[in-house]
Design a protein around this ligand. Sequence first.
Ligand SMILES: Cc1cc2nc3c(=O)[nH]c(=O)nc-3n(C[C@H](O)[C@H](O)[C@H](O)COP(=O)(O)OP(=O)(O)OC[C@H]3O[C@@H](n4cnc5c(N)ncnc54)[C@H](O)[C@@H]3O)c2cc1C
Length: 368
Amino acid sequence: MMARPLSIAIVGAGMGGLATAASLRRIGMEVRVYEQAAQFARIGAGIQIGCNAMKVLRELGLGPRLRANSFYPRSWNNRDWRTGEVKFDMIFGEHAEKKFGAPYLLAHRGDLHAALASTVPDESIRLDHKLVGLDETADGARLSFANGETATADAVIGADGVHSQVRQILYGASPVNFTGRIAYRTTYPAALLDGQKIGDCTKWWGEDRHVVIYYVKPDRSEVYFVTSQPEPAFRIESWSAKGDVRELRGAFEGFHPEVTKVLAACPDVHKWAIVDRDALPRWTERNVTLLGDACHPMTPYMAQGAAMAIEDAAVLSRCLEGVDRDGVANAFRRFEATRRARTTRVQDTSRTNTMAQGQDRCRLGLWL
Ligand SMILES: Cc1cc2nc3c(=O)[nH]c(=O)nc-3n(C[C@H](O)[C@H](O)[C@H](O)COP(=O)(O)OP(=O)(O)OC[C@H]3O[C@@H](n4cnc5c(N)ncnc54)[C@H](O)[C@@H]3O)c2cc1C
């Protein structure tokens, strides 16, 4: 008798959840993704797609789409906030692509999300399903949602991000360390720059703050920036919280005219408290595991949070390949054991990538 295929519930249709759904479907697994949002929104944020993430995305068939919709920068340039002096310029392009085996792309977060969503059929994604309960049953797990619905599955993957409900159910509240810094960020049409030329991708180093500015479209039609600066009293960690553009401009007064013009042209801005959390001691309980920000959230200073979630998806699908219900718990343990050292290293590197260290590295020409 043919064994029935494993049924897998993924909680969260973000970067990691969709990449996992796509990876598992490629190995013939039945997945259902439960997402709290009623619809997907194109959030105003850019995202650096590192070569490591691109290697996974290429396997999911997204290479051409991402190249066609993202910006391929000539370099990662580091400049002095006031004088504009180039401190260090890390050249990308064909040579780097050959060396690292994939391109380094700059994208709109919404475009990367839409690309991932295109790999999962609509009927496999249940929107407006906010997980509120998770119970073990004799033959798997029972999920309960805020809309009153329930579902069962042989295995559950909590890909529900930094405020993970699955993590909360498994392990309770985890400590939150606000770094005392915030990030303003937005994307907007480059036409608003009124002909002002800007670099492909530049990190502007101030004394206690920085701003990174880059294009997110191949034709340079859309621009993104993200800042990092002290503001200990602000404690909202959310993609939707808004900031005040006048306060933002005031915080970067005296910066090079290229920066002030980008901030002056910006119509609207989001604001995010930068939070650091410790790695969880465990990610897996029997037939339930976590991935991405749910288990290894990190500060954005290595631009690797989504890349780590996408790598998780690839490794988890390898661990689950050919596994039946009785093998899930072992597969999840193998996944955690395989990923822990690497994600912890990236988390730690991101944590220590502070202004002071960054400036030193930059001076020495070591800055990434
Ligand atoms: C300012 C900033 C810049 C960044 N830049 C980069 C970058 O350049 N490159 C990079 O690789 N990373 C970057 N990151 C990190 C990256 O955004 C995250 O690491 C990544 O989104 C994590 O993916 P995830 O799938 O774990 O979580 P998310 O993408 O956050 O997805 C979680 C999903 O779960 C859903 N959800 C939450 N709770 C529930 C629930 N109870 N029930 C159902 N659904 C639920 C959410 O709605 C969401 O759709 C940045 C982060 C910040 C803050």
